[in-house]
Design a protein around this ligand. Structure first.
Ligand SMILES: [Zn+2]
Length: 571
């Protein structure tokens, strides 16, 4: 019997169950409703009546009628700032009502696509990204008014109406005598938008990711008691759990690393923690249950521009990315077996992901856990083969195709899990087809801010955040320099600062942990200001310092900011 995860295991992205109704994990077919989806779908962001869309036709085989019949216009306020970030805005509305009633067939969606899930996910993605993308147009509008007599009142009313919050009065107060400091104001707005997004995420569980029971039961039935996933830290994979694989994030340990090259020692330590939990507390199941810890890496590639938009950590060499991830997986298994005798072993799974279409390929291991990089089951092909079948037949065919593309000795539980992941991915393939015309317009980077430190459970969206997971600037220097280069193009070239959220999660049950996390934030802040002094001196680098008690399952706590007059004086 599956037991509820205890909050103490919220060490990484674990969280206690939320009271919010979450969608059931089980895959759905057309017409089935999702608990809690109706309220999300009612969000006005995706319900605007539309006439023209901005999305360019995607290079897919689908006809126009296969795409969402309604497309969302850009509100006038967003048009002004659209030139540089047009890729970020290129989405189409896919309300559930526009997708319901479709039948499987050449021009329809896949019969196993979760329509309500897609509508709910789009609603969330649109809402969050639009909140960030409104900032520049609104500041342009406000900037034009700064020498008017009632500037402060006028600016606040615009901010309230367009952004949903007031601007800090002291930043507006001196505008009549000096120039409005738009760089500081921009950074402040990005941080405030991030804070509000995080508060909403932890308070309302908008993705329903904390409903883990059904998934826990499912993976245990498949023979696994823990799913631990390392996607590449690239922002284009930040939605891998909640969108691409459609898994409840609360049930999956997500630990991104650049190039998928996870820390073996850290993972062995986590494995030990999980096994001890089984021995001591029977969580998530008792130690005598014949289940294994499953470690998965997601490497990535680009079908549109394979030589430039693949994994930067591997020079856009897909084969090298896959091989490096596989080597790291094998090193992890070897470490466990060497350290904990022959009876201790773990299961491994390697997944590839096309960052243009979100389609996955799975390299199913044989009975000995060996994986062949030339052998995989590709969701995009499974989609094409099964799209005209009835749901029940399609599901059976997916399972057959997974088995046919796996080694003969593959573990039946692994085959079941992979079939489920492929089936879940079919919904995401349709999501990208419907919302983004088949391939993302922002094939490259389009992140809104940089996230540095450890944590960031609330980031479940593609291309929202560039991550650098690190404890010290020294250990993450390479990732930080890449981040600087990316944001040099995205922000600095437009005169905008690079907004960095410095974040450390801590265990509230450990005495002194909060203070240590806050100290770590401050140390990292000083090191970043020092490393990028040329930007900092010109007001082109701003930081928000944030900690979070991962045991309590509560939201983030802001402990400082470079926008804080007191704090900037301290450096
Ligand atoms: Zn990568």
């Amino acid at each position: 019997m599956s037991k509820q995860r205890r909050p103490a295991r919220a060490s990484l992205i674990w969280a206690s169950a939320s009271a919010t109704a979450a969608p059931a994990y089980q895959p759905r077919v057309q017409g089935e409703s999702v608990p809690g989806a109706s309220t999300a779908i009612a969000e006005p962001a995706t319900q605007e009546p539309t006439t023209r869309g901005l999305a360019k036709p995607g290079p897919t085989e689908r006809t126009a009628t296969a795409r969402a019949p309604r497309m969302r216009p850009r509100p006038p306020a967003q048009v002004a700032g659209a030139a540089k970030r047009s890729a970020r805005q290129t989405t189409r509305a896919v309300g559930a009502e526009t997708m319901r009633g479709r039948v499987p067939g050449p021009n329809g969606l896949h019969p196993l696509t979760d329509l309500d899930g897609n509508a709910r996910l789009q609603c969330y993605e649109d809402r969050v990204k639009a909140a960030f993308d409104r900032i520049v147009p609104v500041l342009k509008q406000i900037s034009a008014l700064q020498h008017e007599s009632d500037f402060e009142q006028h600016a606040q009313s615009i901010a309230r109406a367009e952004l949903g919050f007031d601007l800090p009065e002291h930043m507006l107060a001196d505008a009549w005598v000096t120039q409005l400091d738009l760089r500081r104001l921009f950074a402040w707005c990005v941080f405030e938008t991030y804070r509000r997004m995080a508060d909403d995420f932890f308070a309302n569980d908008p993705l329903g990711g904390r409903e883990v029971h059904a998934f826990d039961r499912f993976i245990q039935d498949c023979g696994f008691h823990q799913l631990d996933v390392t996607p590449c830290a690239d922002g284009r994979l930040a939605h891998a759990i909640s969108y691409v694989l459609r898994l409840p994030f609360g049930a999956v340990r997500r630990k991104p690393y650049a190039g998928g090259l996870f820390d073996v020692e850290n993972t062995v330590s986590k494995w030990g923690e999980v096994e001890l939990g089984r021995f001591r507390e029977g969580v998530p199941n008792t130690a005598d249950a014949p289940t294994r810890y499953l470690k998965t890496v997601i490497y990535h590639y680009s079908s549109v521009d394979p030589h430039h938009q693949g994994c930067a950590a591997h020079g856009s060499n897909d084969a090298a990315a896959a091989q490096a991830a596989l080597d790291r997986l094998l090193a992890f298994r070897q470490s466990v077996e060497n350290g904990f005798c022959c009876g201790a072993s773990v299961a491994l799974l390697l997944i590839g992901m096309d960052t243009d279409t979100d389609a996955i390929r799975a390299h199913v291991p044989d009975g000995e856990g060996r994986m062949d990089l030339t052998q995989s089951v590709d969701a995009i092909k499974v989609y094409a083969i099964t799209r005209d079948l009835e749901p029940t037949a399609a599901r059976a065919r997916v399972a057959e195709l997974v088995k046919a593309h796996a080694p003969a000795t593959a573990d039946p539980g692994m085959l079941r899990l992979v079939a489920r992941l492929i089936e879940n991915n079919l919904s995401q393939i349709d999501y990208v087809r419907q919302v983004h015309g088949g391939r993302y317009a922002d094939a490259g980077h389009a992140e809104r801010f940089v996230g540095v430190g450890i944590g960031f459970e609330e980031i479940q969206l593609r291309n929202l955040t560039y991550f650098a997971y690190l404890y010290t600037v020294e250990e993450g220097a390479a990732d930080l320099d890449v981040g600087r280069k990316i944001f040099g193009g995205l922000n600095v070239s437009r005169g905008l600062p690079i907004p960095i959220v410095i974040r450390f999660d801590y265990h509230g049950g450990v005495p002194g942990a909060r203070e240590r996390a806050a100290t770590r934030c401050r140390r990292l802040d000083a090191a970043l200001a020092d490393r990028f002094a040329d930007l900092d001196d010109r007001g082109l680098l701003h930081r928000l310092l944030v900690v979070r008690d991962s045991d309590a399952g509560t939201g983030i706590e802001v402990v400082g900011s470079s926008l804080d007059a007191q704090m900037s004086g301290g450096h």
